[in-house]
Design a protein around this ligand. Structure first.
Ligand SMILES: [Zn+2]
Length: 382
């Protein structure tokens, strides 16, 4: 939403959010006291800093891809970048390596840019520029100094052990080896919230106040809770395969189904997309919306054949539910065809997926509740 694709690297769309324009203006103002040259310097510095952020996110993404995890896209926001992964890492080791790859990129950049700076200028000159970077006049050596600083800050700040930041993920992964993913997530979330309160106070009561820190604190606080929920969801959903939730009762059409029959079927069911088959083979999908619109235009005697969408994303029935969600958002349609060993099992729609996920997650809450009640009676019996 509100983002624009500006590059594609390793099959990953790199997008920039519209609010990013604000940061560029801010960058121009920060150095604008030094005239037009200063303003241009500020813009260039901001762009190069966010190039570092992009490389940081690509670090996460490339390692994720190496583990077979699809990466949907990378989006740059004013407070940093986000790489969206198609599914969660399978093991703590994978999470550890994916999380640490981002800050590792910035550490490498500190050495590369620092080395280049020393080669272009001299060590004392670069060191001086790093120590006084903010008060220096815009020049090439100041640019190098600022980029070395910003990459060092990116590496250190991201390693703060506050979930969902990289450091928090590293902490969770390490804890998971000893106490399991569930407890590790809960403990990491508590630590993250304590740190978020600290960051909030630091940002709100330092002079001058640091609104960026306040925003990041709020983001961390909310994000930590989300991680706990996701972990709980993953425990439930991990054991369920896509093939398990294909409804045997879902209606199916043939190309010769009339619009009248289709509308009658829609009044009895809630399916938003229906498979069209021809002698057991999937021809395509028609959506409820298309049927209703066509019936309004052509009347009951038209055929669904004219409405068939032939491009249907396909997912293997042994894949987890998350795979379907990913394929849908990738293709931009609310349905996937589920197959097992070349046989079409049926469609799974976005709505069905949401209903199943919701039912299963409330089931765990009930199970947790029951466990707690059980514990209490045991304790009373003592
Ligand atoms: Zn990161």
């Amino acid at each position: 939403m509100w983002s624009w694709r500006f590059a594609r690297v390793a099959g990953i769309d790199i997008r920039v959010h519209l609010s990013f324009l604000l940061v560029i203006v801010l960058g121009a103002f920060q150095w604008g006291g030094l005239g037009l040259r200063g303003a241009l310097f500020g813009v260039l510095l901001t762009l190069l800093t966010f190039a570092s952020v992009t490389l940081h996110e690509l670090g996460h993404s490339v390692v994720a891809q190496a583990f077979g995890i699809p990466v949907k896209d990378i989006t740059l926001y004013p407070i940093g970048g986000v790489a969206r992964l198609g599914r969660r890492p399978k093991t703590p080791g994978q999470e550890f390596l994916i999380a640490i790859a981002g800050p590792a990129v910035n550490v490498v950049l500190v050495f590369v840019l620092g080395g280049l700076g020393v080669a272009l200028f001299s060590w004392p000159e670069l060191k001086d520029a790093v120590l006084n970077a903010r008060s220096e006049a815009p020049s090439l050596v100041t640019l190098f100094a600022m980029l070395v600083i910003s990459n060092a800050v990116l590496a250190i700040f991201n390693m703060v052990p506050a979930l969902p930041m990289d450091g928090g993920r590293v902490l969770r992964a390490v804890l998971s080896w000893f106490i399991g993913a569930e407890k590790a997530t809960n403990i990491s979330a508590v630590i993250a919230r304590v740190l978020a309160v600290g960051l909030f106070l630091l940002g709100a009561f330092s002079t001058p106040t640091n609104p960026m820190l306040v925003i990041i604190a709020l983001f961390v606080f909310a994000g930590a809770g989300q991680e706990v929920n996701e972990q709980r969801m993953a425990r439930v959903l991990d054991g369920v395969q896509l093939g398990d939730i294909v409804s045997p009762y879902a209606p199916r059409f043939t190309p010769a189904t009339t619009l009248g029959e289709a509308v009658r079927m829609l009044t009895m069911t809630h399916y938003e997309a229906i498979a069209v088959e021809h002698y057991g083979r999937l021809v395509g999908v028609v959506t409820a919306k298309d049927i209703l619109r066509a019936a309004g235009e052509q009347g009951a005697w038209g055929y669904v054949a004219g409405l068939v969408r032939r491009e249907v994303p396909v997912v293997d029935g042994r894949e987890p539910l998350e795979a379907a969600r990913f394929k849908m958002s990738e293709a931009g349609v609310p349905f996937v065809a589920v197959v097992r060993e070349g046989t079409f099992l049926g469609l799974v729609t976005e709505l069905e997926l949401a209903v199943v996920a919701d039912r299963l997650s409330s089931a765990t809450f009930r199970r947790d509740g029951a466990a707690r009640v059980g514990l209490r009676t045991e304790w009373r019996g003592d």
